[in-house]
Ligand binder design. Structure first.
Ligand code: GCO
Length: 445
């Protein structure tokens, strides 16, 4: 029994969806099993760049333990589960011959979800680009649009009889702005960034068309990370840097995809990469806006880095999560309302969560009361946004499991279930029970 009362959710729709989210590279492991090809993240991990030299080779071993993990979702009582397909697991070279063993894994996962009464939400791309395609230029090569559309067609053909919810990309602004292809945001590579941005937008539009044509009843969107970008000081330079970052972080993908135009101050930079008809190719009808939100970012001017910004100091006294992210539920409410006002689409929150350094106590329990407090505050901020008119349809916690947290490796823990990375045992945390109670209360209200 959680020590904290449940969140106020009285403004949420009766058919509101509660879920959890993960991604392929962060939980699957089995990176060299059953014909899977290498991804750019396997290669990056092999370089030793990740904290503690961690890799995705084992991760949570979800590839073998997926039934147990579906059992955890059933115990939570979630209506939906958002996962991603590893492109190199189903197309080892990114194009060409499909890998039957890889496709069969996702068949098994989807069938287990459906048998548990859990709706599968399939994200096509959560950053694990096939290395073979990176070596052919990756997102810098306009041909990647076609490779991605062909991959989407394969997923639609194979899974579209059972999967209706599709996300094209997870957080395109993150993997372009901070992606490995551009190193550590080297100055002078802005043109490459603009080329990647445009090609990913083209790939989104192409995939929407393929999914719409191939999957009866498809419900399609893109998942965007959206956070306020605030200046670290009152200086004009920091304010300009924050506004510039906000455009790249928040607008350069949803604006063309949902409104049909790049932000005005981007158009000159994108123009060299546009071909006639491109905006019509990008702006294809979607069914919802996927929102990932964690906290505001604070920005300062840095003329020596790409786009002339760096992350700056947070205001003194800002409450922080153990991994140093600001806790600001009001920013979440404002972000939801800004999405509602700007795009007018149904909104599914597909990531929100709390990073910490949980460890079991001497009884073997993980008492993450701080995560419960965070989730309660953010769910109530979401409830407030709904009461102000935002068309909120669902909330998926990041994440079901502790998992591979990119550059931080396994040190940061976001899971409702603790993962012992030696035994691979899953231990539901106090927040797991709290979330299950919240879902049950919603069902019985
Ligand atoms: C992201 C990704 C997730 C992260 C999560 C916590 O936003 O970076 O979608 O893969 O693990 O957001 O950082």
């Amino acid at each position: 029994m959680a020590t904290t009362q449940l969140a106020n959710t009285t403004s949420l729709r009766p058919d509101f969806i509660w879920g959890v989210s993960t991604s392929s590279f962060q939980i699957e492991g089995a990176t060299r099993e059953d014909g899977r090809g290498l991804s750019v993240w396997d290669v990056y991990c092999q370089s030793g760049a990740i904290k503690n030299h961690d890799t995705g080779d084992v991760a949570c071993d979800h590839y073998h333990r997926y039934r147990e993990d579906v059992g955890l979702m059933k115990a939570l009582g979630v209506q939906a589960y958002r996962f991603s397909v590893a492109w190199p697991r189903v197309l080892p070279q990114g194009t060409g011959s499909a890998n039957e063993a890889g496709l069969a894994f996702y068949d098994r996962l989807i069938d287990a979800l459906l048998a548990a009464g859990i709706e599968p939400w399939l994200c096509l791309y959560h950053w694990d680009l096939p290395q073979a395609l990176e070596e052919r230029g990756g997102w810098l090569n306009r041909e990647c649009t076609t490779w991605f559309a062909d991959y989407a067609a394969l997923a639609a053909r194979r899974f579209g009889d059972r999967v209706k919810r599709f996300a094209t990309f997870n957080e395109p602004s993150m993997f372009t702005l901070f992606g490995r292809s551009l190193g550590k945001r080297d100055r002078g590579r802005e043109d490459e960034l603009h080329r990647m941005i445009h090609h990913v937008n083209l790939a989104h539009g192409a995939a929407v068309d393929v999914l719409r044509a191939s999957v009866a009843g498809a419900s399609i969107g893109c998942i965007h990370n959206r956070q306020p970008c605030r200046p670290s000081s009152a200086s004009e330079a920091d304010a300009a840097a924050a506004a510039r970052l906000s455009m790249y972080w928040n607008d350069v993908f949803p604006d063309p995809q949902c409104v049909g135009a790049y932000p005005a101050s981007m158009r000159t930079a994108i123009e060299p990469h546009m071909q006639p008809g491109d905006m019509a190719r990008i702006c294809r009808p979607v069914d919802w806006f996927g929102l990932n939100h964690y906290s505001p970012v604070y920005v300062k001017e840095n003329a020596d880095s790409m786009l002339g910004y760096d992350f700056g100091d947070k205001p003194a006294g800002t409450p922080l999560t153990p991994i140093g992210w600001p806790i600001d539920p009001e920013a979440f409410r404002q972000t939801i309302q800004s999405v509602h006002a700007r795009y007018g689409l149904p909104i599914y929150v597909l990531e929100n969560g709390y990073g910490s350094f949980d460890e079991p106590d001497q009884t073997g329990s993980v008492n993450d009361g701080d995560r419960i407090e965070f989730l309660k505050a953010y769910i109530e901020a979401m409830n407030a946004a709904a009461s102000s008119g935002a068309d909120l349809r669902g909330y998926f916690i990041w994440s079901l499991l502790d998992n591979f947290e990119w550059d931080s490796g396994y040190s940061n823990r976001f899971g409702l279930a603790y993962v012992d990375y030696v035994s691979l045992r899953r231990i539901p945390k106090a927040s797991f029970g709290w979330f299950a109670e919240l879902i049950e209360a919603g069902r019985s209200s």
